[in-house]
Design a protein around this ligand. Structure first.
Ligand code: UT7
Length: 334
């Protein structure tokens, strides 16, 4: 891709997950399910859940602070905070609260909603601001607390999701480390995965009625979303590689949205990537929506798996339906 502005480098990562863990066996006391069913169909064993006295903003702030420290920056140097979330503490947005909590006095902050594609869409959004020279140092956070919106009596969804936050710092760089990206939406399949508003008419005055309500629990047509993911994710990664002049051989690490181990395995197989190059942690965290990619990235960086200069291919997919891919070299170039 040709551009006249600065390049972008991803220079630090951080993550935060709640301490409280529930295992598949615990869930089998809540709904008719089993450890065996959940493990074989999804690969999930545990999920971490946010306690009642904590907030999404606090979780996101913890991840952001760690990412800023890892990038050797101070919070006041950050120009922009993009909080990718579908579960803000406040429908007006939680990014402002995160800005306050991390003391990023000079940062503009806003939320971005793209469900499980949120982190990839947020990263690409950050890249646009850096490439145009608008901002130089941006924190992109993926954070979700889906436990708030899961129907804990619905075995088809409650076994899948967990809570968490992950973040990266993006900085302007003379050499562009974002090798390519693609983003797509298909609203015709919107009803496959929803956390929908549930409004009831409320008469106000004269002939004016408005809607008053809350949100329904998450509903998902699992089979349709599975079919969509297995078809679209390899395609979007192949397109991104092609446009960047790369091949699958150039990928050092594959990090997909952590929804289902079977999806991860099917995509890796289609791309002919050996399992050693695939990063997965959904066994421990379940599906943490916008947080899943940056949590997996951060764990792999801190474990010394992902090294500076290595090429990481990511892909997010989910509600919208939406899907996308971003391929980048990790770290600031020397
Ligand atoms: O983050 C956004 C992206 N989300 C995804 O990518 C999710 C994609 N979908 C999936 O990962 C899978 O479709 C699921 C894990 C959600 C479900 O797996 P599946 O193999 O597609 O199962 P299914 O929905 O076809 O259900 C098979 C059976 C059904 O019973 P019958 O109709 O065959 O008698 C379900 O009622 O499994 C039953 N079932 C369960 N049984 C025990 C569904 N959930 C459970 C459960 N425990 N928790």
């Amino acid at each position: 891709m040709k551009f006249d502005g600065a390049g972008i480098a991803i220079t630090g990562s951080g993550s935060a997950t709640p301490k409280a863990v529930i295992h598949n066996d615990d869930l089998s006391q809540l709904v008719e399910t089993s450890d065996e069913w959940i493990r074989t169909r999804t690969g999930i064993a545990n999920r971490h859940l946010l306690p009642e006295d904590s907030s999404l903003s606090e979780l996101a702030a913890e991840a952001a602070k760690k990412a800023i420290a890892a990038a050797h920056l101070h919070p006041e140097e950050i120009d922009l905070i993009i909080l990718a979330t579908s579960t803000p503490d406040d429908l007006f947005g939680s990014a402002g609260k995160v800005q306050q909590l991390i003391d990023a006095k000079n940062a503009t902050a806003f939320d971005l909603t793209a469900a499980c594609s949120g982190f990839v869409f947020g990263l690409v959004t950050a890249a646009q601001y850096i490439r145009t020279g608008t901002f130089q140092k941006i924190v992109v956070i993926g954070a979700d607390v889906l436990s708030r919106w899961v129907d804990w009596g619905d075995r088809t969804t409650c076994v899948l999701f967990g809570d968490g936050a992950g973040a990266v710092v993006c900085q302007s760089s003379p050499q562009d480390q974002l090798l390519g990206f693609e983003m797509y939406s298909d609203g015709s399949q919107n009803e496959c995965l929803n956390l929908a508003y549930d409004g009831h008419p409320k008469y106000l005055i004269h002939d004016v009625s408005i809607q008053k309500g809350g949100y329904r629990a998450i509903t998902m047509n699992g089979r349709e979303v599975y079919r969509f993911a297995v078809a679209k994710v390899p395609e979007v990664i192949e397109k991104t590689l092609f446009r960047a002049g790369l091949t699958t051989e150039d990928i050092d690490w594959l990090i997909l949205h952590q929804a289902n181990q079977r999806i991860i395995d099917a995509v890796a197989k289609r791309l002919k990537l050996p399992s050693e190059k695939v990063i997965a942690n959904l066994q421990e965290y379940g599906n943490t929506s916008a947080a899943s990619i940056p949590i997996a990235l951060d764990e792999a960086v801190r474990a010394g798996k992902i090294k500076p200069g290595q090429t990481v291919a990511t892909s997010g997919f989910g509600a919208g339906l939406s899907w996308g891919s971003a391929i980048f070299k990790w770290g600031m170039p020397h």
